[in-house]
Design a protein around this ligand. Structure first.
Ligand SMILES: O=C(O)/C=C/C(=O)CC(=O)CC(=O)O
Ligand SMILES: [Ca+2]
Ligand SMILES: [Mg+2]
Length: 422
């Protein structure tokens, strides 16, 4: 029989009983405002601390745990896939229409099932380290053409390893947080000296990011075929980028201040278990990767992605690109295995950005750098147009997997640009 919840889930809701993504919320109502874990179901958030207090996580791995009496999900992430599967099975059963334990317990239901519009979402994890990969071939090629010219747009190393740089964890913010336009040194043009001031080429990057579960000990790499057990789930991510600052500073050590002024993630972590029905083959890799990167099953996920811009004073937002997670060349598991192959240790809550997810067509490019070809053409945004982001622009990323009669969605990841400091 099809799984159905007693909680109403509208047909277009991102949060069906097949999804149950995890986040951290604060309830502004009469009860305590302590941050705590919840899962999204329809237009509600189920308070997992209340479910744990009621003794309803009664499986062997979670019955004595306090992993949901925490203000972030790190302790739950550390427990690993068997505990995640147990939690998912418990929650799907509790929320299903033929299970009375929660459905018929009016006081628990009132305490634990909170309208989503009454809660404030917070960062779901304490992020110790953040790494950003560069795994879309289309994005790598376009950036190469724009920054380095047509000779060799994609460096030969790109086809042999998932390229990445170490990002900045301290400036990762939750969806809805404003982003102040950064100031910095901009790329000089011709013989003029570099300028200092507000970035003139502020951009978004359409990305997703993997959330690390159990980590690895320093010196002990994770096998690529076991890497999926170290990934709890995935969020939407906007790696805001100041292209003028980046272009001037990035040689030879890579991105620094051009990207560390803010990175936005969506509040709900969609688990790999929920994404499994949407798994698809990753692209064939030529040349074949070295053995430590060769996986028995090479998987992507069919996740439709969209970016909209809402200019200041506009009622509506306008779609500027539509892409799909399945355009990634290097898989999440290859990224994770490569990250640890030198012995580097990952820890629960670490965040691995996929890199900008551009598709092959011009309408599927994942950032304005590509969509406007570094500002050489205008992109129409409703009645107006853009080369790069303007003050007051709100950028809204969304992602969804469409199943048969249900969705597994990510909600949105948004942020608005505020003017720079004087
Ligand atoms: O090719 C370059 O010089 C720069 C590329 C980026 O800025 C992209 C980056 O942050 C990694 C990615 O998002 O794919
Ligand atoms: Ca990026
Ligand atoms: Mg960033």
């Amino acid at each position: 029989m099809a799984l159905k919840s007693f909680v109403e889930v509208k047909l277009d809701s991102h949060f069906s009983i097949h999804n149950l993504p995890y986040g951290i919320f604060k309830h502004g109502g009469v009860d305590t405002t302590t941050p705590r874990p919840g899962v999204a179901i329809g237009d509600y958030v189920l308070d997992l601390s209340a479910i744990q207090s009621a003794g309803l996580f009664d499986g062997p791995l979670l019955c004595n745990s306090d992993c949901f009496h925490q203000s972030n999900l790190n302790k739950f992430l550390e427990l690993g896939r068997p505990a995640w599967k147990e939690a998912r099975a418990t929650l799907q059963k509790l929320l299903s229409s033929d299970e009375p334990a929660l459905q018929n317990n009016a006081s628990l239901k009132q305490m634990a099932l909170l309208p989503m519009d009454e809660v404030e979402m917070l960062l779901p994890i304490a992020i110790g380290d953040y790494t950003d990969f560069f795994s879309s071939k289309h994005h790598a090629k376009n950036c190469g053409l724009i920054f380095r010219g047509p000779e060799n747009p994609v460096n030969p190393n790109w086809f042999h390893l998932p390229i990445a740089y170490h990002g900045r964890a301290s400036s990762i913010v939750i969806s809805g947080t404003d982003i102040i336009r950064p100031r910095g040194q901009g790329h000089p043009s011709g013989n003029s000296p570099p300028y200092f001031g507000p970035s003139r080429k502020l951009d978004f990057e359409l990305e997703m990011a993997a959330v690390v579960g159990p980590g690895n000990e320093l010196g002990k790499p994770i096998d690529v075929n076991e890497a999926a057990d170290h990934i709890f789930g995935v969020v939407l991510m906007n790696d805001w980028s100041a292209r003028d600052i980046q272009a001037w500073e990035y040689v030879p050590l890579g991105p620094f201040l051009g990207k560390s002024f803010g990175t936005t993630i969506s509040p709900w972590i969609v688990t790999l278990d929920a994404l499994e029905p949407f798994a698809c083959d990753a692209p064939t890799q030529i040349p074949p990767p070295l053995p430590y990167l060769s996986e028995k099953i090479s998987k992507n996920y069919d996740i439709s992605l969209e970016v909209r811009i809402k200019p200041a004073g506009e009622e509506n937002s306008f779609t500027v690109t539509s892409s799909n997670f399945n355009h990634l060349y290097w898989t999440l598991t290859q990224q994770l295995a490569h990250h640890t192959i030198n012995g580097c240790n990952l820890r629960p809550g670490d965040l691995l950005g996929t890199g900008t997810i551009s598709g092959p067509e011009a309408e599927s490019y994942g950032c304005l750098l590509e969509l406007t070809w570094n500002g050489t053409k205008e992109l129409s945004v409703g009645k107006t147009s853009r080369k790069f982001l303007e003050d007051g622009d709100e950028v809204i990323i969304s992602g969804i997997c469409k199943g048969n009669g249900y969705n597994v969605g990510f909600g949105t990841c948004s942020g608005k640009i505020l003017p720079s400091l004087p």
